[in-house]
Ligand binder design. Structure first.
Ligand SMILES: [Zn+2]
Length: 160
């Protein structure tokens, strides 16, 4: 049986999270996921436009579902662990830093991709269009996400 399509906020609620809005976040911070092990909320910068806020909610929800407390990209984690044995050498600590940045870049890219898929799948196209107007450089992200939503059983992917 086909599962009913949930809105973004129904998804947040489904995972037991709440959305909180802060007035005092620096402008470059869109929001963040509660960093505690048992994350309870997504914090959003209230001063950002609505489409930005909703993209951030979808982005942080993707982190929660796919990354939070999970050892994502285990090969990179193993490499970092191995390099720690040599961390007194400059080349090793440099490599650790670069691997950490690479892993975090992968997770950010994945969260952006899943966030865009989520908004498209939820039919939140006003948010998507407004977001793309503000971030024209994300056009390819939109094209890939739209294709993924079209060809994949996307609901199980973004909401396993
Ligand atoms: Zn992120």
């Amino acid at each position: 049986m086909k599962r009913p399509k949930r809105t973004l906020f129904e998804r947040v609620e489904y995972f037991g999270l709440t959305t909180e809005y802060a007035d005092d976040l620096p402008d470059k911070i869109c929001g963040y996921l509660d960093p505690s092990k048992d994350a309870r909320f997504i914090m959003i910068n209230r001063n950002h436009p609505r489409s930005e806020q909703n993209f951030t909610i979808a982005h942080e929800l993707a982190h929660y579902i796919h990354h939070h407390g999970k050892g994502c990209f285990p090969l990179i984690i193993i490499l970092i662990r191995m390099l720690k044995a040599f961390s007194s050498f400059k080349w090793a600590s440099n490599s650790i830093d670069r691997l950490r940045q690479f892993r975090s870049g992968l997770m950010e890219g994945e969260a952006n991709f899943i966030a865009m898929c989520t908004l498209i799948h939820c039919d939140a196209m006003d948010d998507v269009n407004d977001y793309l107007k503000r971030h024209p450089e994300k056009k390819m992200l939109f094209v890939f996400s739209k294709t993924a939503v079209f060809i994949a059983r996307i609901d199980r992917f973004i909401n396993p």
